[in-house]
Structure formats: structure tokens, C-alpha cells
Design a protein around this ligand. Structure first.
Ligand code: C2E
Ligand code: MG
Ligand code: MG
Length: 699
């Protein structure tokens, strides 16, 4: 592409000469335009396609330096050469103002003119691109968040970007020429000793380097920042070392963040207590120490007894506050060298270190029970929680953190079984039971789905007439591998994990449906007894559930008898009265099961709308075992009491003729036991219903 040259002169002869020399040259090609006036020239320049100007400063509409100034103002980056006569003074002044040079009239024809014109245009272009590169670098350096500091060979500062100014609090002007060690003094955060500036090393070894961790920069005002850097040598165009550049940034925030993350990873969010991971570490450390010193340590596993109830009824916010209050109490009960940790939910584990003996752990446990049992004031509520604690001791109960925690947990379950609000030390045989319990729980959940339950029916006999008055439905679980699992092995576990609710519902539906089916088939059965567990009995939807099942199955309410144990009824006697009354109003019969084993308050018993007292089999069996005066004394008393309270009395577990005779003699109304029949599967029981019980036993 040809260079576009504007010749600005009123001397047409000069134009001609220049045009000739420019158009003929090989150093081109050039395209020449000429103007005689500044005004028209400026208009021409606006088009923007001119590469250089040759100007005679004396024009009809402008003379002297004013001409040059007007041009440079219009096109500041354009190469401009002045054309001058013998007097070169003005041309030299124009050079001072930015002109690239001048041509004397006598030399216009020279072959050097096109050559120098091309040089000037090209140099100007190079200058421009260098300028752009530099501007770009400057802007980039000032917009990055990393601080950049440059030094010369002597380690004196020659550059700071904006971030470096902010970090060091030195301005570029003030820092320039100062030794790097003055602008950025460094020291080691641990030892507080001064550190060699990496610039010195780079200048010495001509190799890039980074700061060792833990470097602190002292800013100009004396404040400190933790920094991380990399420093590299810079070389000139010949590859010679010319200085160093250090790039660094503030890591105070990221260090704080890293610390916080580390804390979060090891602590519980709600209580700020060490979590499971940190506790494991602490126990492992404590074990190491105890081994060397030959001391003990104890792990206490705590579970709040009624936390779930509080959480469900008062909401999670209250539950959370309660956990925080519990945390405070726990921490107050132990030494600062002990670790209180939260495992999650309402479970806490405490590591008591350097324990001389197990008694110390017991002492701590007692302190904890007492402190926690006092009321917790949360919002406007006074809340009460109790705790069950399991204790394992190193070295007897485990050699590692995991085993100690697991065994303390097992002992905690034992404490729950023993009525809560107490502590238990771990014993080896607890493990066997704990494992069995877990296996049963897991299998129970499947049993309903897999249809593994069935009901057996045991007849209740009128002792006078020998007629079958009804039956008790008894749950049977046939596990595919274990075979028949007796109810005592699983009912308690089902109650604890809540599966008893769907199971109980299934039992009730099955028993009612079966009885209705027998009745429809013409078999005589006055009532079916179904056992109700404490968990079912206390549920809000219990009565509703019974009502629905009676409706679904079509069984008369009077044909259903619910058996509730004495201890369940007495647990919250006031509450029991209202539930029993509602059931009574529906026409359902009510029986107190296992009577005599609980602690009945007779005044309550009087208020319960009870139809039947079932004497517990243990009392009935006493009749055969002893021949003393006390023989059957409780059975006699219950029969007498039932009679005066107008309650029917039924004796459970009748096995022997002597027992039967005893009961008949005292006019016990009904009996149930192996002597009449074992519990039978539905089909066999139907046969029994139609044939009746053989009379010899009864006569
Ligand atoms: P329970 O309600 O007191 O039931 C009577 C238990 O005594 C039954 O044991 C029965 O088989 C047994 N038995 C009956 N006659 C005799 C006898 O002459 N001698 C002896 N030694 N035992 C006799 P089973 O079926 O093993 O049930 C045990 C307990 O399991 C029941 O005691 C009851 O508390 C519970 N249970 C059984 N089925 C259910 C159920 O469907 N729901 C609930 N919640 N509990 C149930
Ligand atoms: Mg029963
Ligand atoms: Mg019973």
C-alpha cells in the first residue's frame, strides 16, 4: 500500500519537485496530495488517510509556528516535516515542538528525501505500538489484585503497581530509588526474626524463587500482613540481568479462612463442641498417654431421655437452645482437660482423662445426671431433661477410640433399659445383646412387608360351664432363617424403635377380621382380646385407629377386648382414665393385663372403667409350687377384689389341675392356659371352637 503524503505549500514549484522525487523513487510507493492553505489542509486531514505531512510554515492563511501548532493539534500522532529556506531557525523550533525534522529547499530533489520520509513514518508507527504495549501493561498491572514491585540491579525500587502501593503504604514516587528492604521489611511469623528479602536472592542467583511460608510484611505504618510471593529476575534485550520483579499478595484473609475451615471441620456448628472426628483424635492421644503413664481414661456416652419429645412439641429452635444449655452444664461439670463432644442429635460423648479409677468416672456421671436434671430455662419455658449415660474405661473396655465409644454407647442403652436417668458401666455381655437387638430391629422393619407375622389364638374358658368365651390374639413372627421368634424377644425392641405402631395396627385388623369371619361362619366366639402396648396406647391417633378398624372389619365393638398392662395404665393414670372412657363409650371391653405385677393405686383402679382383671400367670403358678399357707393368697385376694369392684377376673397361665381346682373353688370366672389349650393357628382354633374343650378337665 502506498504512503499518503500531504504537501502543504503555496509554492507550486516546490510541489512539483517533491512530487517528482517521491513518485519516481523505489522507496515508495508514495501518493501525493497538495494543499496551499492551512484551512483546506485541515479539512483534508479529517479524512484520516494521511501518513505524513510536509509543510511550509508560511501559508496565505497562517504563518510561522502557529501553522505547525495547528497541525499538531489536529493530528497529534502524525509525522510532520517542515520545508524551509536558508533560514533554518524556525524549522529547528518546530523540531523542539515535536516535528520529526525538516527539508531545505536546495535539497528537495535529493534521493534521500523519500528514504528519510519512509523511516520517519515507520518509526512513528513502532513508537505508537510500543506506547500501546506499555499502556496496556500499566493498566493490567494496576488492575490486578496482586502487588507487583520492581527493582533495579542494586535492589532499589523502580516500580510499584497500585496494589503494591496499598499493601506497603508507599507511593511509587516515594519508594522509587529506595532499597527494597526499606519499602518491604519482612519477618518470620513464628520466630519474629527478620527474613532476607527474596529480591536479594534473585539478584544474586539470577533464579526465580518464592518466600517460605509464614512471612509477614511490615507496612509503612507498622501494621502487619501475612504475604505469599514469587520473585523472578528480569533481563535486558541482551539477556543480561537487569533487576527483579516480585509479585505478592495478602493471605491474612485466606489464612483466617483456612483456620476457620479447620475449626468448622472439627467442631459442631450448633454447640461449638468438638465433633466426632476431633474427639476420636483426642481419645487416641489420651490412650497413648495413658499407656505410657499407666493410667486410666473413661468415655461417657450420654443420650438425653426425652429430647425428641421436647423437639417435636416445642419446635427445633427450642430444641437447639436446650442442647446449648445442656452443653454449658456438661462443660461446667468436667475439668478443662476433659473433652466434651457432640456426636449429633441429642448424643454427647465426654472423654475424662487421667482417671485414677473407674469410681472417678462414676462420680462424674453422677454429677452430670444431677446437673442436667435441674430445670433449663428456655424462652418462657422451664424444661426438664434427664440423661442416660454409658461408661467405658480404658484399658479394660477397649484399646482404641472406636471400641471405647461403641461400648460406652452399648452401656448407655443398658442405662435406658434400666429406666433412664442413670448410668451404667460397660460389661462384655452387653455387646452380645446389643448386636442381637440391632439385628432384630432391622429385621422387624422388613417383617411386615414380607408378611412374616401371624396370629395365634388362645381360648378363654368359663370355668363354670367350660364354654369358650373368647380368645386372646397372640402375635407370632416366623423369620425365614430364625424360624419362630417369641414375642418377648421382639415386642420391647419394636416398642423402642416405634415399629410397634404399624405392627399393632396389623394385629388389631387381623384379629378383628378373623373374629368377624368366624362369627359369620356361625362359630360362637363372644370376644377377641388384643394386647395393646404402651406406645400405641399413648398415641393421639390410637382411638381413631381402633374406630376405623372396627368399621372396616364390621366387628361389633362389644366383641373386642383390649388388654392393657397394669403398669401402662398407672404410668399416667389421669391420662389413662380419659382414653379408657372414650374406648368404653365406643362399647369396647377393657382388661388389665398382668394384674398384680405393677403398682396399682386402688383408688385409680376404682375409677378406671375396667371390665376384666387378668391375674398374672406368675401368681397362678405359685399355686402349684408351694403348699404353704400363703399358697395362692394373691390369687384369692384379686378374685375377691374383682368381685367387689364388679370386674370379671380371669386367671392366666393355668397349667395344672390343682390350680384349676383352686380357681373354681374361689369362683374365679374365667381361665386361660395350657391346661385348656396352647395358643393355636387360626384354622386349628376354628376347629376347637366348633368342638369345644373336652369336659373331663373341667369336672
Ligand atoms: P400376655 O399378654 O400376658 O400373654 C400371655 C402369654 O402367656 C402368652 O405368651 C401365652 O402364650 C402365654 N401362656 C398362655 N398360657 C400359658 C400357660 O399355661 N403357661 C405359660 N407358661 N404361658 C402361657 P406369648 O404369646 O409368648 O406372649 C408374651 C407376651 O407378649 C404377651 O403377654 C404380651 O404381653 C406380648 N404380646 C403378644 N402378642 C402381642 C401383640 O400382638 N401386641 C402386643 N403389644 N404384645 C403382644
Ligand atoms: Mg395379654
Ligand atoms: Mg398377661
Amino acid at each position: 500500500m502506498a504512503y499518503q503524503i500531504l504537501i502543504l505549500t503555496p509554492e507550486m514549484a516546490d510541489v512539483k519537485v517533491l512530487q517528482d522525487v517521491l513518485c519516481k523513487t523505489k522507496d515508495g510507493p508514495y501518493q501525493v496530495t497538495s494543499e496551499t492553505h492551512l484551512s483546506t489542509a485541515l479539512r483534508h486531514l479529517k479524512k484520516g488517510n494521511t501518513d505524513a505531512i510536509l509543510v511550509d510554515l508560511s501559508l496565505p492563511d497562517s504563518t510561522g509556528l502557529a501553522t505547525f501548532n495547528a497541525l499538531i493539534a489536529a493530528v497529534p500522532k502524525m509525522p510532520i516535516l517542515t520545508l524551509c529556506g536558508t533560514d533554518e531557525t524556525l524549522a529547528m523550533e518546530a523540531v523542539q515542538l515535536g516535528s520529526q525534522g525538516y527539508l531545505s529547499k536546495g535539497h528537495f530533489a535529493s534521493y534521500l528525501v523519500p528514504q528519510s520520509l519512509r523511516n520517519i513514518i515507520q518509526r512513528k508507527a513502532v513508537e505508537e505500538s510500543v506506547y500501546i504495549d506499555k499502556a496496556r501493561a500499566e493498566i493490567t498491572l494496576n488492575s490486578i489484585s496482586d502487588a507487583v514491585i520492581g527493582t533495579d540491579m542494586g535492589g532499589n525500587v523502580d516500580y510499584l503497581n497500585v496494589a503494591a502501593e496499598h499493601m506497603t503504604l508507599w507511593t511509587r514516587e516515594e519508594a522509587r530509588g529506595k532499597p527494597i528492604t526499606a519499602v518491604m521489611p519482612l519477618f518470620n511469623s513464628n520466630t519474629r526474626l527478620p527474613k532476607t528479602n527474596p529480591v536479594a536472592m534473585v539478584l544474586q542467583q539470577d533464579m526465580a524463587t518464592i518466600l517460605t511460608p509464614g512471612t509477614i510484611l511490615i507496612r509503612r505504618d507498622g501494621s502487619e500482613v501475612a504475604i505469599e510471593d514469587s520473585t523472578a529476575p528480569i533481563h535486558d534485550s541482551s539477556g543480561k540481568l537487569a533487576g527483579a520483579v516480585m509479585v505478592f499478595h495478602d493471605i491474612t484473609a485466606s489464612q483466617a479462612m483456612a483456620l476457620k475451615m479447620a475449626h468448622l471441620a472439627q467442631h459442631d456448628f450448633l454447640t461449638n463442641l468438638p465433633n466426632r472426628a476431633l474427639l476420636n483424635d483426642r481419645i487416641s492421644q489420651a490412650i497413648g498417654l495413658a499407656k505410657r503413664r499407666d493410667t486410666h481414661l473413661a468415655v461417657l456416652f450420654l443420650d438425653l431421655d426425652n429430647f425428641k419429645h421436647i423437639n417435636d412439641s416445642l419446635g427445633h429452635a427450642t430444641g437447639d437452645k436446650l442442647l446449648q444449655s445442656v452443653t454449658e452444664r456438661l462443660c461446667a461439670c468436667v475439668r478443662s482437660s476433659d473433652t466434651v463432644s457432640r456426636q449429633g442429635g441429642d448424643e454427647f460423648v465426654i472423654l475424662v482423662t487421667d482417671d485414677k479409677s473407674a469410681e472417678n468416672a462414676a462420680f462424674t456421671a453422677e454429677k452430670l445426671l444431677k446437673s442436667l436434671a435441674e430445670s433449663h430455662k428456655i424462652a418462657k419455658n422451664e424444661l426438664y431433661v434427664t440423661t442416660s449415660i454409658g461408661i467405658s474405661v480404658y484399658p479394660a473396655d477397649g484399646q482404641d477410640a472406636e471400641t471405647l465409644i461403641k461400648n460406652a454407647d452399648t452401656a448407655m442403652y443398658q442405662a435406658k433399659d434400666r429406666g433412664r436417668n442413670n448410668y451404667q458401666f460397660f460389661k462384655q455381655d452387653m455387646n452380645v445383646r446389643a448386636v442381637e437387638r440391632q439385628v432384630i430391629e432391622a429385621n422387624l422393619r422388613l417383617a411386615l412387608v414380607r408378611n412374616e407375622f401371624s396370629l395365634h389364638y388362645q381360648p378363654k374358658i368359663n370355668l363354670e360351664s367350660g364354654a369358650i368365651t373368647g380368645a386372646e390374639a397372640l402375635l407370632r413372627w416366623t423369620h425365614p432363617q430364625w424360624g419362630m421368634v417369641p414375642p418377648i424377644r421382639f415386642i420391647g425392641i419394636a416398642e423402642e424403635c416405634g415399629v410397634i405402631v404399624p405392627i399393632g395396627r396389623w394385629v388389631l385388623r387381623e384379629a378383628c377380621a378373623q373374629t368377624k369371619q368366624w362369627q359369620d361362619a356361625g362359630l360362637r366366639i363372644a370376644s377377641i382380646s388384643v394386647n395393646i402396648s404402651a406406645v400405641e396406647f399413648r398415641r393421639q391417633d390410637f382411638i381413631e385407629g381402633v374406630r376405623n378398624i372396627l368399621m372396616e372389619t364390621g366387628l361389633e365393638p362389644a366383641c373386642l377386648q383390649l388388654e392393657i398392662t397394669e403398669s401402662v395404665l398407672m404410668h399416667n393414670a389421669e391420662g389413662s382414665i380419659s382414653i379408657l372412657q372414650q374406648l368404653k363409650e365406643m362399647g369396647i371391653q377393657l382388661a388389665v393385663d398382668d394384674f398384680g405385677t405393677g403398682y396399682s393405686s386402688l383408688s385409680y383402679l376404682n375409677q378406671f372403667p375396667i371390665d376384666v382383671l387378668k391375674i398374672d400367670q406368675s401368681f397362678v403358678q405359685e399355686i402349684k409350687s408351694s403348699k404353704t399357707d400363703n399358697d395362692g393368697i394373691i390369687v384369692s385376694a384379686v378374685i375377691a377384689m374383682g368381685n367387689s369392684l364388679k370386674q370379671k377376673v380371669i386367671a392366666e397361665g393355668v397349667e395344672e389341675l390343682s390350680q384349676l381346682a383352686f380357681l373354681k373353688e374361689r369362683h374365679c370366672e374365667e381361665g386361660q392356659g395350657y391346661i385348656f389349650s396352647r395358643p393355636l393357628a387360626a384354622r386349628q382354633f376354628a376347629k376347637l371352637l366348633s368342638l369345644g374343650i373336652s369336659s373331663p378337665i373341667l369336672n
